[in-house]
Design a protein around this ligand. Structure first.
Ligand code: PAF
Length: 280
């Protein structure tokens, strides 16, 4: 069975040994409750590195006071089995006390964390950047793998890595979807049958927007209107945002031109879902 280690000292023993042997190390940071989306990150990491560490840690500092930290699903045994079958070498599954031992330091990225999800989740990205920095310092990976579904997170992590000179390659991996189009997410488990159906409005709206661009539309406003219009047809949906931004700077886009990120956050009942597409 794949080792599941709980302490920083133990995971360091593994990676220090591998580094001494000249083996490359890939890191897949996760909050657990792994699904096909995570598996695609692990598969990619396994194909590009000699050894792969999957971190499985529901990071408390990236949840706001009224968010779903307590409810967030957890199943370390199932996660470990998935990691093993995908070919990872070890799972790092620390407790919050192990990661935050009276810590007073945070890592925050300015400007690009204030838009999109940052507007309604003011502490989220500092929590992500802090824990990801810590994981980078603990695991010292050559490469780290992040999903494109959290598009803003991927952009923020890339900027942090550049600004702080982490010697780590950040690899973004495509969104994995259910057969009917819903982007895979651990939070999909919160949806009841009716909400599950309603949640399709995100991918439906985004597909309509993408088609419009493919058919030659150049106004970002027109694209956003089509996406918003499609989502608003769904009674259970409450839009947090529908935005079209430059995919590097996250500045508002006037024209629907590459590099463009069209991103949405929508409440389906109490569950907040995100999805996006990028025009490169
Ligand atoms: O994307 C996630 O699951 C988390 O934000 C991450 C990157 C593992 C940091 O806790």
């Amino acid at each position: 069975m794949i080792p599941v280690v709980k302490t920083i000292d133990e995971i360091r023993e593994y990676v220090n040994k591998w580094h001494k042997e000249g083996l490359s190390v890939g890191l897949v940071p996760t909050m657990g409750y792994l699904h096909e989306g995570h598996k695609s990150l692990i598969d990619r990491a396994v194909s590009e590195n000699d050894r792969v560490v999957v971190s499985d840690f529901v990071n408390p500092t990236q949840f706001g006071p009224n968010e779903d930290l307590e409810a967030y699903p957890r199943d370390i045994e199932r996660d470990a089995a998935l990691c093993e079958s995908a070919g990872a070498a070890v799972v790092f599954n620390p407790e919050p006390e192990e990661m935050y031992d009276n810590a007073l330091t945070t890592v925050s990225v300015d400007k690009i964390t204030k838009v999109l999800c940052g507007k309604t989740r003011p502490v989220h990205f500092a929590g992500v950047c802090t824990v990801v920095s810590k994981l980078f310092n603990i695991v010292k990976p050559d490469r780290a793998y992040f999903g494109q579904k959290d598009a803003q997170q991927l952009i923020v992590v890339k900027k942090m890595v550049k600004d702080l000179n982490f010697d780590i390659e950040i690899v973004g991996c495509p969104i994995v979807r259910e057969a009917d189009g819903l982007a895979k997410s651990s939070r999909n488990t919160y949806l009841n049958a009716e909400e599950r159906k309603a949640a399709l409005c995100l991918s439906r709206g985004l597909s309509a927007g993408r088609k419009l661009i493919e058919n030659g539309e150049r106004s970002a406003e027109a694209v956003k209107n089509v996406v918003r219009g499609e989502i608003e047809k769904e009674q259970l949906a409450k839009i947090d945002y529908v935005e079209a931004v430059n995919a590097e700077t996250l500045d508002n886009a006037e024209t629907a031109e590459a590099p463009l990120l069209v991103a949405v956050a929508v409440y389906i009942g109490k569950t907040r879902l995100i999805d996006n597409f990028i025009v490169e």
